[in-house]
Design a protein around this ligand. Sequence first.
Ligand SMILES: Nc1ncnc2c1ncn2[C@@H]1O[C@H](COP(=O)(O)OP(=O)(O)OP(=O)(O)O)[C@@H](O)[C@H]1O
Length: 528
Amino acid sequence: MEKPSSVLFAGLRFNKKRFSDDIARFKPKEEEELTAYPALGPPAATAGVRKNKKRKRKDEAPDIVEGFSVFNSCKSKQKAREVEEEEAVEVEEREQRKEAEKQIEKAAILRKKFRIHISGLNVPCPIESFTELSSRYGCKPYLLRNLFERGFKEPTAIQRQAIPILLSGRDCFACAPTGSGKTLAFLCPILMKLKPGSKDGIRSVIICPTRELAAQTTRECKKLAKGTKFYIKVLTKELARCGNFEKIPCDILVSTPLRIEVAMRKSKLDLSRVEYLILDEADKLFELGFVEQIDSVVKACSNPSITHSLFSATLPESVEDLARSIMHDVVRVIIGKKNSASELIEQKLVFVGSEKGKLLAIRQSFAESLNPPILVFVQSKERAKELYKELAFDNIKADVIHADLNQLQRENAVDNFRAGRTWVLIATDVISRGMDFKGVNCVVNYDFPESAAAYIHRIGRCGRAGRSGEAVTFYTEEDKPFLRNIANVMEASGCKVPTWILDLPKLRKKKHRPHRDSISTLPEDDAE
Ligand SMILES: Nc1ncnc2c1ncn2[C@@H]1O[C@H](COP(=O)(O)OP(=O)(O)OP(=O)(O)O)[C@@H](O)[C@H]1O
């Protein structure tokens, strides 16, 4: 039996002879179909099924199919757009991440290079140069001009890090060696952030422990603000007692704790708009005698968006703990080793046996080589006067500064020393902090300092702004037990110290201020 040529014809009795012509007519078509759809099996069946299917789909819901495909194409376009957008966001995020990583890496390199140690979240990157102040923070040209005119080519380590922190409005603890440019580190952001000559009253307060330092900081601020309309004032005794601050224009006020407290009481000084409160030599300001006045200043500075900052070469943990209650979102910056002396100072300890030995030693040292300017520190104003008498007797151009002098006398003593008219300035600790005497060659601790911090600040009057200096500390039998504190500071800043001193027992008592015999070459009876 012949095989049926297709499924459609299968089972039919068919007279092939009779319809042979028709068969011949259909045959090539079948083959064509087969070759055209090789994978579809027998063409008639396929065609039929497809036709049926087509019809079926048409019958079922032709409109829905049509509508669905339109909707589908809209949806796919929207999807494509979404994918594109997502990709763009991803690319942007990737770029931002890359940039942030680059910034973090750059910050880490700079911090390592300049021995900047920080703690706190999201600390801004240090600046590489002063010009970055204008490219990154839009600093006005006058400030860069004033910096360069003063010969400041590169920022110091503390300036690199503290300026961006204060500009970002973050509270800041800053501990950096003496003479490393801390003043400029807090003055620059204040000048950059505040509007000069505003009628809003005082918007920045800088507190310093002594009048001399307040006057020096005011001078420095005025030099940096040259060419602007900033009102920068130091709080004098008269201003504090009877100044009418509603009428006196003042943007930046510099004061000692006592004077500002008097002004708040007597002259109704309004500090409610202060945006920057700087406590310079902060550890001194948190000592007994100042801390209550500081507390009332902090309370009076009631602006909720105020930025507080504490600067010093020595910031003990106790001060940080105390200050933490007034600070928010604080960044801590330490340059080099915390509470250490400047490495530019060559430090020596000299055993002099007794009080008489000290006078002999200083006379001998000045006779051998006198390399002014020299600062000599003593323990009290009485001793300052006594030593002054002795050295004046030797025809040395000496002067003296202590708290018993009136303001004009103190200013004259500082000015004469600065100008080179005085070779040797005998001082109490009243000028041991912050005072910037350029080019002091040597500091003599005639009387042993009362603490390691006092030592760091006293010797820090030399070896400033990159210059070298020398520090000599006399010690007697009585001072020996306290040597270890000073020796530790010396060792930390790279000076050689005899091991027997480092092996001395640790002392609980930190302050050393013994009674000392008066300074005199006369026999005791004559001296009275
Ligand atoms: N970027 C700078 N480049 C060169 N000199 C600078 C720079 N910044 C500040 N100085 C100078 O360095 C000296 C010391 O600065 P400053 O008095 O601010 O030091 P300090 O860190 O506050 O010291 P101290 O702890 O003793 O108060 C000053 O004479 C100042 O003019």
